[in-house]
Write a protein that binds this ligand. Structure first.
Ligand code: PMT
Length: 398
């Protein structure tokens, strides 16, 4: 769990004493742990105990001090790789299920982009009550993962299901999350996305319709699978939430080429989804070209072929996945590019398929590899397509 960012939420329950041990186990595995407590939790265990064990200040309120500084719940929600609420009381589960946001823990839950796990702890009758069961089902439907309460003796003296899972079991679930759900953990990935613009004069350029959506979706999927992702993005600026991806913005094919050469070193996986202009004006006019002739001839010269150049430099163990955007002889042209650019796989999208290619939120692809396999996929969202592509990479090479 080296340096994994684990956010622990603690609610008011006698089981809060077990959270001290949970934090100790996580710290032993070198996790970076931060803790948020509800105000009732601090009646069961002190913030001082948990801040000493986690080696970080414990947060309990929206405001950090009497000067009105606030604990930024959005920042906490984005910081965490995983958010584990243990113990999760019936009260907090009910509020989570209904979007209530009257304390810092709940605000962080609503802001978190990482997976959220809850370890319920309560008396057996509260646990089996129809409302609690309905709240837990509702949370699971919205993607929250349950760490089931265990059977045993409860604080009330009764015996039944309601004990918070043992800290060792919670640690094992967290370990499974970091290994199995993230098959590209520790891998480095490079993605190109978007168009390039080749300047004609200070006003005009040669460009294309790429929106960057396909490449950005792939970068996000690689990141979700645990890879450290660098994204070289052409001139599109519709993407606001790429915080964990290292983004370099470029404009021209030359700029994309220089950065890609540099960032390719050390990349285990490279996906080239950018629509790079193949030609640029041979001469850039320093001032606006005047409209004083009926015809104007622009002399064009080739841009660097980024894909072919990386394909030449590729060493054993590096995987390159290219794209082919075609309008005719699609499969034949894609297969030629697969070999001439030394890709491991190529993703073909054809402008003849409605909903595929540029701009749309959807795409329809086929994946071709060097063993002559061709896999055709349905039209689906670019997020779904990105998952298919990254799953194919994982299946074939990792
Ligand atoms: O951005 P969106 O609106 O979501 O649209 C997605 C997309 C249609 C742009 C994307 O799915 C796609 O097909 N990208 C590749 C487009 C393209 O330039 O295809 P190509 O067949 O011309 O190029 C073949 C491969 O060589 C591509 O991986 C391309 O990135 C790469 N290339 C091409 C020319 C060049 N000078 N350098 C390159 O690296």
């Amino acid at each position: 769990m080296n340096e994994k960012k684990i956010l622990i939420g603690v609610c008011g329950s006698i089981a809060a004493y077990k959270t001290a041990y949970l934090i100790r186990l996580l710290k032993k595995q070198h996790a970076d742990v931060r803790v948020i407590m509800t105000s009732s939790a601090s009646g069961f265990i002190t913030p001082l105990t948990l801040s000493t064990l986690s080696k970080n200040p414990v947060l309990t309120r929206f405001t950090a001090n009497d000067q009105g500084e606030w604990n930024n719940h959005v920042e906490l929600g984005l910081w965490a790789d995983i958010f584990v609420i243990a113990p999760a009381s019936a009260n907090t589960l009910a509020k989570m299920a209904n979007g209530i946001c009257d304390n810092l823990l709940l605000a962080v839950y609503l802001s978190a982009r990482c997976p959220v796990y809850v370890a319920p702890a309560m008396d057996l009758d509260m646990h089996k009550h129809a409302s609690t069961q309905a709240n837990m089902r509702k949370l699971q439907e919205s993607g929250v993962k349950m760490i089931d309460a265990e059977y045993g003796e409860l604080a009330s003296g009764l015996t039944g299901t309601g004990r918070m899972a043992e800290p060792e079991n919670i640690v094992s679930i967290i370990n499974d999350f970091f290994s199995s759900g993230r098959p590209l953990q520790g891998k480095k990935a490079l993605v190109t996305a978007g168009p390039t613009y080749e300047k004609i004069d200070p006003i005009r350029f040669i460009g294309n319709h790429s929106s960057g959506k396909m490449g950005v979706a792939i970068a996000r999927q690689l990141m979700a699978y645990g890879a450290e992702v660098k994204l070289i993005l052409g001139p599109v600026n519709d993407f606001f939430d790429l915080e964990s991806i290292s983004v370099s913005n470029v404009i021209s094919a030359d700029e994309m080429y220089e950065l890609a050469k540099e960032q390719f070193t050390g990349a285990d996986i490279t996906v080239l989804a950018a629509a790079v202009a193949d030609y640029k004006p041979r001469i850039f006019a320093d001032s606006k070209i005047k409209k004083n002739k009926d015809n104007l001839t622009l002399e064009l010269t080739k841009t660097p072929d980024i894909a072919a150049s990386l394909g030449k430099k590729k060493s054993d163990g590096q995987i390159i996945v290219g794209f082919a955007l075609e309008t005719d002889n699609e499969f034949e042209n894609a297969r030629k590019k697969l070999y001439s650019k030394n890709f491991n796989m190529i993703v073909l999208n054809s402008l003849n398929d409605p909903g595929a290619g540029f701009g749309h939120d959807t795409n329809k692809i086929s994946i071709l590899d060097k063993d002559n396999n061709t896999r055709e996929y349905e039209l689906k969202s670019k997020t779904g397509v990105a998952k298919d592509i990254v799953d194919a990479i994982v299946e074939n090479y990792f």
